[in-house]
Every structure is written in structure tokens, then in C-alpha cells.
Design a protein around this ligand. Sequence first.
Ligand code: ATP
Length: 323
Amino acid sequence: MKRVAVLTSGGDAPGMNAAIRAVVRTGLEVGFEVYGVENGYAGLIAGQFRPLGRRDVSEVMQWGGTFLGSARCEAFYEVSGRQEAIAQMEKHGIEALIVIGGNGSQTGSYALSQMGFPVVGVASTIDNDLAGTDVTIGVDTAINVALEAIDRLKVTASSHGRAFLVETMGRKCGYVALISGIAGGAEVVSIPEAELGPEEIAQAFREAYDRGKNHALAVIAEGATYNALKLMAYFEEHRESTGFAVRATILGHVQRGAAPTAADRLLATRLGEGAIRALARGEAGVLTGLRGNHVVTTPLEEVVNTAKPLDAELAELARIMAI
Ligand code: ATP
């Protein structure tokens, strides 16, 4: 194999730049030429390739986002779109593709690999909703942003005796909310895998005050049925009966753009290297991830057909620590 391409797809995640850098530098180390694809699958279909050398990836690791650009691409859902992508890669002499992205992006990589093109995925999303890896690139940074917000809100909550809701990103996966809740000392955590209704949250707040706490803070995952907006509507309607004021902070995209933490830079560097090593070994149709601090590959077929389970021990830990 001589020439490989790399792209970033789906939602941007802090650490994507470090992963591209590792793909380029390890690729050159093992004797590949590395091409960057601009704007994810959209750029792949449009033939937006450019060669990347060692110096092209200098000074990128410390920035959030992705210097190659990312995109959501409707055409890639269609066989015709993927055929065009393969035609473009063949035209440019590209023999394998590395896809840095989350669940949707790796479903796209699997679809492409099913058409006979060699693809290796790199697990990268702030949602941490990908099977085949303990953690994904970007999730540690997203948790640290949430934590900073929680720490500040707790100060205000304590001063005013107010209850706070903090909504974190993570789609249908509660990992970011759960870890932020444990590390931030939340009184209650509601996630899609273990949802709480508004009465249960109000009850948890009341119990926290009864136990002598001077603050009450709930971390709510955006994918919970009762997200922050719905909970606020409930608390406003039942202001008299709940007996305390509630404020909500929805973190949203603030969680995406931060400078990657050391953990994310290291993870991205290891997984980027792992993707090139997998191709050099002749592997394809796999995802590079981290399990038990080892870089491993898992067939994309297994990754896209497996839901990532909630760590029940962590959920229990959150409950015990909140009392
Ligand atoms: P994040 O969860 O971090 O936002 P993601 O990778 O899950 O990232 P998506 O928007 O779900 O982001 O997917 C990114 C792109 O992957 C889509 O716009 C589409 O081009 C491609 N894709 C997703 N699902 C499929 C599929 N089933 N078949 C082919 N391509 C797909």
C-alpha cells in the first residue's frame, strides 16, 4: 500500500487534530503517502484531497475542532454517493481510508467497507456512544467543560439556596452526564439509560436540603425524556408545591470547542497511530479504540451493531456519593 487518505466526520470533537497529526506522522514513518480529505464524506465525494506532510500538522494539536473540516453528508447514505467516493479515491490513487468520527460516521465507514474499499475507523465523538472502545476522543474534554460549569454553579447554588439543573451533551448516551455528575458532586443524575421524572428530581432536591446540604444540583443528559427545558416547564408550573426556585444551564455546543485535555491528546495520538498500524498489518473494516489501556481493533460490523452499555457500577457510585 502506498497512499492513504484521512478525514474527520460528524460532530467535531476536541482531539481530532491530534488524531490527524498522528495518522500523518505514523503514516510517513511506515512509508505511506497521506492525503487529507476536506469536509468529511462531502469532500470525499467532491474529490477534495490534499497531500499532508509532517509540517502540515504542526501547531494543530492544541486546538479543538478539526483543521480538515467536518460535515454531515446526506449523499453518503446512498449507494450512489459512496460509489462516487470510491471513484474519487481510485482517481487519486488512494488505496485506503481512515475515518475519524462517531457512531454515524463509523456506520458510514462500515457501509463503505462493505462495498470492498479498505477503511479503518478512529473512535472520536464527545458522546462516547461507540462500542469497541472504553472512551472516545473528545469525551474527556467535554466532561472537563461540564465540570467547570458545575463547580461554578455550585458556588452560586450554595450562596442563594437555589437548585440548579445542568444539561450536558451526549445524545442517547448518558456517559458524559454520569461522569460529570460523579466528578462534580451532583445530588442527582438523570440519563437515558436510567431516567428520572420531574417528581423524582424534586424529591431528590428536597431530600438533599433535608439532609442539611445548602445546594442541590442535578446533571441531566440531553437525551433524557425530561431534558432541562421540559423539567423547567414542570418546575415553573409547580413552583408553590416544590418550595424552591430552580435554574437551568444548557451547556450545548460549549462542550465541543475547548482545547483538548492531555488525556484526549494522548488518546487521539495513540488511536491515530493505531489506525495506520492496522492498515500496515493488512487489517481493514475495523475501528481503532482503547480497551483497558490497550489500543485494539474491533470489526466495524460489531461496532455498528452493538449498543454501548451503561456501566452499572458507575451509576451506583453516583447514587451513593449523592447521599
Ligand atoms: P457525533 O455523534 O459526534 O455528532 P457522528 O459521526 O455520530 O458524530 P452523524 O451526523 O451521525 O455524526 O454522522 C456523520 C455522517 O456519517 C453523516 O452525515 C453521513 O454522511 C454518514 N453516515 C451516518 N450514518 C450513515 C449510514 N447509515 N450510512 C452511510 N453513511 C452514514
